[in-house]
Design a protein around this ligand. Sequence first.
Ligand SMILES: Nc1ncnc2c1ncn2[C@@H]1O[C@H](COP(=O)(O)OP(=O)(O)OP(=O)(O)O)[C@@H](O)[C@H]1O
Ligand SMILES: [Mg+2]
Length: 273
Amino acid sequence: MHAIEFRDVDFSYGEGGFRINKLNFTVEEGEFVAVLGHNGSGKSTLARLANGILEADGGTITVFDTPLNDKNLYEVRKQVGVVFQNPDNQTVASIVEDDVAFGAENVGTPREEIGRRIGFALSAVGMEEYRHATVARLSGGQKQRVAIAGVLALKPRVMILDESTAMLDPRGRREIVDVVLSLNKKEKITVVLITHFMEEALLADRAVVMNRGEIVMQGAPAEIFRRHEELLTYNLALPRIGEISKRLREGGLDVSDTLDPDTLAEDIAKCVS
Ligand SMILES: Nc1ncnc2c1ncn2[C@@H]1O[C@H](COP(=O)(O)OP(=O)(O)OP(=O)(O)O)[C@@H](O)[C@H]1O
Ligand SMILES: [Mg+2]
């Protein structure tokens, strides 16, 4: 089943501005898709359309076989959770458990069910021992995990993370990536990860590249990253490991065009032994 399907979707913010024309895009149930693209390419717009924050001007957006319309927007939105960039803008209560409960309470979830969901959500993001902690005292990565737990407490079937690692240090980023992988593999939540970190995209089943409101490349991440020249035309860089192996080749070392650090290390060892 398609988790999300865009069929010939048109959208614009207004006359003369950014627009999307006849966009087709699908995410399969259980899939982990990375969305790449330079600033202003339309990634956040795609996310906002998928969960109904924005409304398409034409075409259809379908979530688990239900086409979005004015009447079902609220129900469908509950299935697609979105986590944003800045954890500080997403926290609403000072104590972790209250913060996680907030969204679920707002949609009228029964009291005892909320208790269970807080437990499930905090454990899914590895934050159960912080249930009674003060949000303000947490690290960036921990705050973002609490924000993810708040979305999880709504029991979405799809989770869209819109540059949710962008403001974090490497350790915080790693925490979020680990959580995302476990949500996808263990909880079977469909994941759309919007990111400008190419390393994160390598973990996905499929990568999609956006440019000026269009999907211009898509495929297995390793395949996408093999197309250096094309990526450059969309102002995208290679993952660091790809960049290093490319420069070594340009410098005359016989190393393979690989995105695997161990393979690269072996190739280098062969060159110098
Ligand atoms: N509310 C808005 N009103 C008008 N134009 C907007 C609005 N939001 C975004 N845009 C424009 O739409 C285009 C796409 O924006 P969008 O936020 O989807 O890009 P993005 O790929 O998420 O970029 P970034 O990497 O900077 O987050 C940009 O040119 C942006 O300036
Ligand atoms: Mg954006």
